[in-house]
Design a protein around this ligand. Structure first.
Ligand code: FAD
Length: 491
């Protein structure tokens, strides 16, 4: 059949990966079409992820800060919470950003086709039009021909198979809707997403239980940092159930009854509990198996990931993939960087520009942030990972009890930790391998450590860089000085 539309580059999915790739490719002169099933661009990140969660976390952190201030003699009293207005506030923020994206697409003459896209062959997709706020299909179909394609279909929340269909069982998107304030809430999965949403609900009044299969919360983060986070957050939780599996759930009029089992043989399991609300935050599954990729010859793994090379190219030379659908970490900033690589390679190949065509993804590290209270941010190797890899490290640990600014803020529980290569051949000048921060604004500061890793900085480079006083960022310089052994100011 003849195509209804032709383009140089078809981008399947309009999330941070998809729109970033489309915009970069359009800026480089290509005719670009984005296919997106939802009414707005922005994907999970803008609509039901990064941005709405941070809008709510900001509100929670202001409430928490106000509570801290009572100790400084300023008491605002209990907050009055109008849930509908709070939802409206969040929606307005999303609208501002997705509206901005639509304008940027228009400015660049990027065509957006609304509908559910699936490959027909290696040079065509068929898009079934969708309508409304969700993804109801109308049956109208369009065929789009492309020279090159980028798959940016993202991911969606995993559900445990035995969880009942019940309005009291939510995934992260449902939790962001904030329709009720539960008294007792179970966070299923102690990763970033679960703990962020738990922070919002507990600040608004819920008591939390959290259940996690692994032996610690925030798997992947440095244990020294998590220990501090857990101590500061002890008051939010009734139970932190580690090395525990959720094995069953039943909807009753009184609540959702959840049963647990020890994750390891011989371990003990807590008794069944009743909850007003259960948040499933047990991970996300890539959408790779839902786009008929096999019709284009693109290999998709059993779990739904698409394997790519450093240019973000799939096994089919003119079809690329980026973002959550290509693997961990499933983070927006990773998707955006991959998007720029794919767009540049494609533009270079279509236009015979060798320099662009040789672009590759070679980020050394990708930072992670839990925007909880306090925040936890980390990048590069953790101490446990270094040990597991047999790498000898020199560490610098700066406790914020020695930071003037943290003390002035009344928030000196934080800690900044840096790890440097201590191999004998480094002669005490080993490069930075990783770092992490727990404390207020940790996420805003982790970029400096990522930059130091990318630049191959050593402890002297960071320690002798003058950081402004009094800032929390000084803690990075101080941690480096401690690692170098040249610090005299800290107890
Ligand atoms: P997505 O954002 O998933 O976009 C994919 C798009 O493709 C979607 O819009 C989807 O509708 C569309 N699509 C899929 N299949 C089709 C099809 N067949 N036809 C048409 N359209 C299709 N990351 C961070 O970096 N920082 C954070 O603070 C953060 N917070 C988060 C909080 C929550 C609650 C969640 C759930 C995620 C969070 N993330 C965060 C992760 C982040 O949202 C994702 O990593 C990011 O959105 C991935 O971008 P993407 O472009 O790969 O995919």
């Amino acid at each position: 059949a003849a195509a209804d539309l032709e383009c140089d580059l078809l981008v399947l999915g309009g999330g941070p990966g998809g729109y970033s790739a489309a915009f970069r490719a359009a800026d480089l002169g290509l005719r670009v079409v984005i296919v997106e099933r939802y009414a707005t661009l922005g994907g999970v990140c803008l609509n039901v992820g990064c941005i709405p969660s941070k809008a709510l976390l900001h509100v929670a952190s202001v409430i928490d800060e106000a509570r801290h201030l009572a100790r400084a003699g300023v008491d605002f009293g209990a907050p009055k919470i109008d849930l509908a207005a709070l939802r409206g506030h969040k929606e307005k923020i999303i609208g501002k950003l997705t509206g901005g994206l639509a304008a940027m697409a228009k400015m660049r003459k990027v065509t957006t086709v609304r509908g559910y896209g699936a490959f027909v062959d290696a040079h065509h997709v068929e898009v079934e039009e969708t309508t409304g706020a969700g993804q109801q299909r109308t049956g109208n179909k369009k065929r789009i021909a492309f020279k090159k394609a980028i798959i940016a279909a993202g991911s969606q929340a995993l559900r445990l198979p035995f969880m009942p269909e019940d309005p009291r069982v939510l995934d992260s998107s449902g939790a962001l809707e904030l329709t009720t304030l539960p008294k007792r809430m179970l966070i299923l999965g102690g990763g970033i997403i679960g703990l962020e949403m738990g922070t919002v609900y507990s600040t608004l009044g819920a008591r939390l239980d959290v259940v996690e299969m692994q032996d610690g919360l925030m798997p992947g983060a440095d244990r020294d940092l998590v220990k501090i986070w857990q101590k500061m957050n002890a008051g939010r939780f009734d139970r932190i159930m580690l090395q525990t599996k959720t094995v069953g759930a039943r909807a009753t009029p009184e609540g959702i009854e959840v049963t647990f089992a020890a994750a390891q043989e011989g371990g003990s399991a807590p008794e069944a509990q009743l909850y007003d609300l259960v948040l499933q935050a047990v991970g996300r599954a890539p959408n790779g198996r839902k786009i008929a990729a096999e019709k284009a010859g693109v290999t998709v793994t059993q779990r739904g990931f698409i394997e790519v090379d450093v240019q973000m190219r799939s096994n089919v030379a003119h079809i690329f993939a980026i973002g959550d659908v290509v693997g961990q970490p499933m983070l927006a900033h990773k998707a955006v960087h991959e998007a720029h690589v794919a767009a540049q390679v494609i533009a270079g190949e279509l236009q015979g520009d060798k320099a662009l065509a040789s672009t590759a993804f070679d980020a050394r590290v990708i930072p992670s942030v839990a925007y909880t209270d306090p925040e936890v941010a980390w990048v590069g190797l953790t101490e446990d990972q270094a040990r597991a890899q047999g790498i000898k490290v020199r560490k610098g640990l700066f406790p914020w009890t020695a930071s003037g600014r943290a003390i002035a803020n009344g928030r000196d529980e934080g800690c900044t930790k840096l790890l440097f290569d201590d191999a004998p051949q480094a002669h005490g000048h080993g490069r930075i391998l990783g770092g992490g921060i727990v404390g207020t604004h940790a996420g805003d500061m982790i970029g400096e450590i990522a930059l130091a890793i990318e630049m191959g900085a050593d402890a002297l480079d960071i320690g002798k860089t003058i950081h402004p006083h009094p800032t929390l960022g000084e803690s990075i310089g101080m941690a480096a000085e401690i690692a170098h052994g040249s610090c005299t100011d800290v107890p």
